[in-house]
Design a protein around this ligand. Structure first.
Ligand SMILES: NC(=O)c1ccc[n+]([C@@H]2O[C@H](COP(=O)([O-])OP(=O)(O)OC[C@H]3O[C@@H](n4cnc5c(N)ncnc54)[C@H](O)[C@@H]3O)[C@@H](O)[C@H]2O)c1
Length: 306
């Protein structure tokens, strides 16, 4: 199987590239900035911009991939830095990949949506969200700075469904929860640094209330699901949640400080914010997919650093 990974220098892309190469899969990598793409034997490297339709189409035409994994994006609050660039990368870029895949008859496109598409559901204690949960969206009722990114992902989901229904594109979304692991440099700064900080004996100050909750998932689990969905002969669904370990900042502090000897410090002067439990039962039933516990995940990450 030949897979084109677009966004191969990012957290998910670079880890997925390494995993595919370990398993002797054939990989072509494309990113605007190739600096962090693993330069491994067997990887074809293509510097390219997803906002440029011709570059996307030429790459697909040249390499004729069996699968595309589309991960190039301005993530989370990164989408707010330059609103019109975000529209080009996050809407036009995704559209370019879908459209060029139809034009070149690519057999399947797998792309990353987000848990953020559920973020306008009111938080209720104990609620468990599945792929079939309603996802009402209105900026006038759910407006916050994170919701712009979620709105773009909603739009991408519409695009995917339209390309599937009108053009017959085999297109599947994965909705990751908040991902942590080696190589996370975008999104919430503390999510990218708390394990490294603990191992280096540094304090992680987190500008969030200790009662705030987060659904965290380790990057190896996320790439495991991308791999399963990419390589499967047939898929039963067109969207899968990774799920995550729903955990409060106080519990993160306790685990990180006990297991890794860290100094993880939430801020009790902030207002608490909540996430909800996101079920990955669909992926579990179809692929046997399971995620690591939070404690095992931070231990795995820390063991790579020592
Ligand atoms: N990391 C998370 O917690 C998380 C959670 C849910 C969903 N996702 C989604 O997963 C996908 C990958 O996330 P990530 O954390 O690996 O992101 P990342 O920010 O680490 O990587 C994104 C990559 O896209 C590339 N890129 C940006 N603009 C480009 C362009 N114009 N042309 C080509 N490449 C371009 C960047 O150079 C970067 O390598 C994104 O769609 C993101 O929204 C991530």
């Amino acid at each position: 199987m030949k897979t084109l990974i677009i966004g191969s220098s990012g957290l998910i892309g670079r880890n997925l590239t390494s995993k595919f190469i370990e398993q002797d899969e054939s990989v072509i990598c494309m990113d605007l900035d190739m600096g962090a793409t693993p330069n491994l034997d067997g990887v074809e490297l293509v510097q390219g911009d997803v906002t440029n339709y011709d570059e996307v189409l030429q790459t697909i035409t040249k390499y004729e991939p069996d699968r595309i994994v589309h991960l190039a994006y301005l993530v989370g609050r990164g989408a707010l830095q330059d609103l019109s660039l975000s529209l080009r990368v996050n809407l036009l870029g995704v559209d370019n990949v879908f459209r060029a895949s139809v034009e070149s008859s690519v057999p399947r496109v797998v792309w990353a949506s987000t848990l953020g598409v559920y973020s306008s559901i009111d938080y209720e204690d104990g609620i468990v969200v599945s792929e079939d949960s309603p996802r009402p969206y209105s900026p006038y009722t759910a407006f916050n700075t994170a919701s712009y990114y979620s709105a773009l992902k909603h739009m991408n989901e519409y695009q995917a469904l339209l390309y599937a229904s009108r053009e017959g594109l085999d297109v599947c979304a994965i909705r990751p929860s908040t991902v942590f692991g080696p190589g996370r440099y975008t999104g919430y700064p503390w999510v990218g640094s708390f394990v490294e900080d603990a191992v280096a004996g540094k304090t992680t100050n987190v500008p969030m209330h200790p009662d705030s909750t987060f659904g965290l998932v380790y990057v190896d689990d996320v790439i495991d699901l991308f791999e399963k969905v990419t390589l499967a002969k047939k898929l039963n669904f067109d969207v899968y949640n990774t799920g995550g370990n729903l955990i409060s900042l106080a519990e993160i502090a306790e685990t990180v400080n006990t297991v890794l000897g860290g100094n993880f410090v939430p801020d009790s002067t902030k207002e608490p914010t909540f996430q909800f439990n996101i079920s990955n039962e669909r992926a579990h039933n179809e692929f046997g997919f399971k995620i690591l516990s939070f404690e095992d995940a931070i231990s795995t990450h820390a063991s790579l650093l020592s």
